[in-house]
Design a protein around this ligand. Structure first.
Ligand SMILES: O=P(O)(O)OC[C@H]1O[C@H](OP(=O)(O)OP(=O)(O)O)[C@H](O)[C@@H]1O
Ligand SMILES: Nc1nc2[nH]cnc2c(=O)[nH]1
Length: 180
């Protein structure tokens, strides 16, 4: 798969170091509390798995599957719930765990949903933030790395359901996108 990459933007080591730091910060922030971490499938899976191992307080985890991207690289703009939570969020400190914030449409939808469901607090931690992609005004509470306005893959992020299992984040060669 490495041959398909035009460029590696963030190495495995850089990711793991950042995840440790975020885990420590979140442990301090929620010390004495029992937050509900909501992983947004599918992309947040590797980040969620690594992050919870670096958090040194009790946490509950659950997952939601929402989708606004089809097979390609452009958001449809419409957010659909594919799988809802099994956990009640009323009265809970919710931490939404994302792989990337691009347009911000997915997250703004989820934040409003959890507020409507009466969460005590709703915060966002994302591994990647792409501020140039924003279509709504949204700033994450914690972000690991800022990425440029390019379609990135790896560490949960796919192109046509591939490349999620790369341990790093990068950009594909143009001929890979064109082949689809
Ligand atoms: O800020 P936005 O423009 O809304 O983009 C961010 C969302 O897009 C990706 O998910 P996607 O809908 O592609 O589903 P996936 O995680 O299953 O790949 C990513 O995992 C975020 O959830
Ligand atoms: N794989 C991938 N999914 C995204 N969803 C929103 N932005 C991106 C991106 O840059 N790459």
């Amino acid at each position: 798969m490495k041959n398909d990459m035009r460029e590696i933007l963030i190495t495995e080591e850089e990711i793991q170091e950042k995840v440790k730091l975020l885990g420590r910060e979140i442990s301090n922030e929620y010390d004495g509390k029992f937050p509900l971490f909501v992983g947004v499938l599918k992309g947040a899976l590797p980040f969620m798995a690594d992050l919870i191992k670096q958090v040194d307080i009790h946490v509950e985890i659950d997952f939601m599957d929402v989708s606004s991207y089809g097979k390609g690289t452009v958001s449809s703009g419409e957010v659909k719930i594919v799988k809802d939570l099994n956990t009640k969020v009323e009265g809970r400190d919710v931490v939404i765990v994302e792989d990337i914030i691009d347009s911000g449409l997915t997250l703004s939808y989820l934040i409003e949903l959890f507020k409507y469901r009466k969460a005590k607090s709703v915060k966002v931690v994302t591994l990647l933030d792409k501020p140039e992609g924003r279509k709504v005004d949204l700033v994450p509470d914690r972000a690991g790395f800022i990425v440029p306005d390019e379609f990135v893959v790896g560490y949960g992020l796919d192109f046509a359901e591939r490349y999620r299992n790369l341990p790093y984040v990068g950009v594909l060669k143009p001929e890979i996108y064109e082949g689809e």
